[in-house]
Design a protein around this ligand. Structure first.
Ligand code: ATP
Length: 263
């Protein structure tokens, strides 16, 4: 199996997420176990795998929605599962999440949607909140749509607006749950370009959950692959290396199915 060999040289300060021996069980159902990986500052890190392998569950553990059944997970040096109250809120403020649905409020304009987290977490006056919201909408190419309602824009624009809102408080890590779900291939490729340019220009670390092969190859600096049958990780490394060099049958099957169509 291809493995990234740079890991040993990486300074600890460059590591923003660690998972060590992480397991998640629901009753007698072990979704995964022995999951160990790290995410480095500034990279686009992809969590991939087939349906039901536990991608969303892992994302929920990472953002502290539930604690792992076993193992240790740290985000920005803190063990989320052990944090409470203000310490937990402080850490949550340093990360952003865009769920698959985008979850914008339909009765508010895009600018008002982006202003919401700023209002919730700061005491900035409205003019300053709007200025930040406009800057974030500018980052995702939606300056001209700031005063439109979610129902008035396309699916791709909704995703961009969701990213702008998730970036409202300048998160160090941005988690994206299936960002290209429901988008046509051209719109999806545009979103991939946006994610790449945001990662490169803002230095934000992206953790992206997806099973879209085209996106994985386009944006992923590194990835991990979860597998339902193995109940854990079956690959870690650069997606293109895995595609070209992995000898694991499931990894090969996943990466080569669309590779034949010209990826
Ligand atoms: N709250 C829960 N209670 C019980 N079982 C759960 C819960 N959440 C997830 N599971 C189980 O964990 C397994 C993994 O689910 P998960 O949604 O994380 O997979 P996934 O890889 O994100 O799948 P998909 O790509 O289809 O969204 C499934 O068997 C699911 O039934």
């Amino acid at each position: 199996m291809a493995q990234d060999v740079v890991k040993a040289d990486t300074a600890k300060t460059d590591v923003v997420i660690t998972a060590e021996g992480v397991a998640m069980r629901f009753g007698t159902n072990t979704v995964f176990q022995d999951v160990t990986f790290e995410v480095r500052r500034g990279e686009v890190f992809v969590i991939l795998g087939g349906s039901g392998c536990g991608k969303s569950t892992l994302l929920k553990l990472l953002i502290g929605l539930m604690p792992p059944s076993a193992g240790t997970m740290t985000v920005l040096g803190e063990e989320m599962a052990k944090l409470e109250g203000a310490a937990r809120r402080d850490l949550l403020r340093r990360i952003g999440v865009m769920w698959q649905s985008g979850a914008l409020l339909g009765s508010l304009t895009l600018a008002e949607n982006v202003m919401l987290p700023i209002e919730a977490h700061t005491k900035l006056p409205e003019a300053a909140r709007r200025m930040i919201a406009m800057a974030k909408l500018g980052l995702v190419g939606l300056s001209d749509a700031a005063d439109r309602l979610p129902a008035e824009i396309s699916g791709g624009m909704l995703k961009r607006a969701g990213i702008a809102r998730a970036m409202a408080l300048d998160p160090e890590i941005l988690f994206l749950d299936e960002p290209s779900a429901g988008l046509d291939p051209i719109t999806s490729a545009g979103l991939d370009e946006l994610i790449l340019s945001l990662a490169r220009e803002t230095g934000t670390t992206f953790v992206v959950v997806t099973h879209e092969l085209q996106s994985i190859l386009a944006i992923g600096d590194r990835c991990i692959m979860l597998d339902k049958e193995a109940r854990g990780l079956i690959a870690e490394g650069n997606p293109k290396h895995l595609r070209d060099q992995s000898e694991h049958p499931t990894v090969r099957a996943f990466f080569r199915r669309e590779a034949r169509a010209g990826v």
